[in-house]
Design a protein around this ligand. Sequence first.
Ligand code: 13P
Length: 259
Amino acid sequence: MRKPIIAGNWKLNNTVKEAVELTNGLKEGLKNLNESSLPEVVIAPVFTSLYSVNELIKNDSKISLGAQNCYYKDNGAFTGEVSVPMLQELGVKYIIIGHSERRQYFSETDEMINEKAKAILAKGLIPIICCGETLEQREAGVTDSHIASQIKKALDGLSTEDIAKSVIAYEPIWAIGTGKTCDSVEANRVIKMIRETVKEVSNSQAADSIRILYGGSVKPNTIEEQMAQSDIDGALVGGASLKADSFIGIIEGTMKVRA
Ligand code: 13P
């Protein structure tokens, strides 16, 4: 059985003070929930809040720390970058890579995403590898081929063990921050196709183990239907992860379906 993951991608939001308040709100909300049926809960603040947020959650087994990006070299003359060992030192366990916003605004390529996945796994951390199509690609009927290509390039050269441990997030770009979720049955179909692609490049054991999340306008009132699908293993949440109530609502909805 794959344990669900509910991950909050806070994007470029929250000062340290606000991040601390939100984390405290989440800790409070999680107190009332039964730990044995909780999904894995991940929060990914901006780099500057990681230290303070980790101080609040490092002794709390209910929340894991994520980062929104990393560089693939450990150190050197790479001004402005942050490396995997530096994030690991701050308690980070998951690192989101290849988010469509990074691909679009910061020219992140499939090759860079592959280098990042290798660097993350080499240090024993877990990449959350994002993929997804634009509206134009969907309308042109190239969704599956585009996503299969993103996944094959991201996983290139990884061992089956490393692939099995990794996490993929399917985030249709047209569903991000728009309030338009992808129909759950369609999201499940794409996610099954991603699982088939993983099987092609590794084996069926890795394809059965890898967790594949859905992301794009996930809200407390969408999560139950999404989690009721056979292959959706959780959610990567943007906007609704910025308020403790709505993020906790998504966690509760997950527990209703997958307790
Ligand atoms: P929204 O939940 O705000 O649509 O963002 C999704 C996302 O991009 C998470 O990485």
